[in-house]
Design a protein around this ligand. Structure first.
Ligand code: GRF
Length: 202
């Protein structure tokens, strides 16, 4: 079971997935490819250090999103990728990939969706003053953070929390949950009926 991770930034989730795969904790899946739209992003170095192949591109060098996604799709198909895992990939996905990987593409978002969709969900939660936020793994459809929910976990916001401490709690939850969800896909423990997604054994 082959996984491609798409990321644009720090790559803590990428690292957790690569580490889980190396330790045999990803349901037998391998992380075969990193797709990254920012050549300078720290995640690229992490992939190199982990021995994971990279497909790094500059969106500006293409005429359209569809143009670079068509290249990415060919790369994924040539490698027989089974699941696309978005981990801080800061670009909207077009039908070129959404339609080919329907039910086989997940994203992680740092809030309990449908609350605080879109950019800076952690800042949105702090500004709103909620006492409970969390993380969501969801299938990717054509919208922004609108796909069916696969897994969620709550994270409390206390009076002592700063932006940094909340980010740390969210990242700790993400880097634990995401490998578990990817393992469930790899082991065939995920069923999708419309918006009802069930993880067997969780
Ligand atoms: C994560 O918080 C994820 O929820 C969001 O982007 C962040 C990526 O962090 N979509 P990292 O690059 O994995 O460290």
């Amino acid at each position: 079971f082959r996984v491609a991770v798409f990321a644009s930034g720090q790559g803590s989730n990428f690292q957790a997935l690569a580490d889980a795969a190396a330790a045999g904790r990803l349901g037998g899946a391998t992380v075969d490819l990193l797709v990254c739209d920012k050549p300078e992003a720290p995640v690229v170095k992490r992939a190199e250090a982990a021995g994971v192949d990279t497909f790094v591109f500059r969106p500006k060098e293409y005429d359209s999103r569809e143009a670079y996604e068509t290249e990415i799709k060919a790369e994924l198909e040539s490698r027989g990728i089974d699941l696309i895992v978005l981990a801080g990939y800061m670009r909207l996905i077009t039908p070129v990939l959404v339609e080919s990987y329907s039910g086989r593409m997940v994203n992680i978002h740092p809030s309990l969706l449908p609350a605080f969709a879109g950019k800076d969900a952690i800042g949105q939660a702090l500004d709103y003053g909620v006492k409970l936020t969390g993380i969501t793994v969801h299938l990717v459809d054509g919208g922004m953070d609108t796909g069916a929910v696969v897994a969620q976990q709550a994270v409390e916001i206390t009076a002592e929390d700063s932006r940094e401490s909340l980010e740390a709690k969210i990242h700790a939850a993400e880097t634990k949950l995401y490998p578990e969800v990817v393992a469930a896909f790899a082991e065939g423990r995920v069923t999708v009926e419309g918006r009802k997604v069930t993880l067997v054994g969780r």
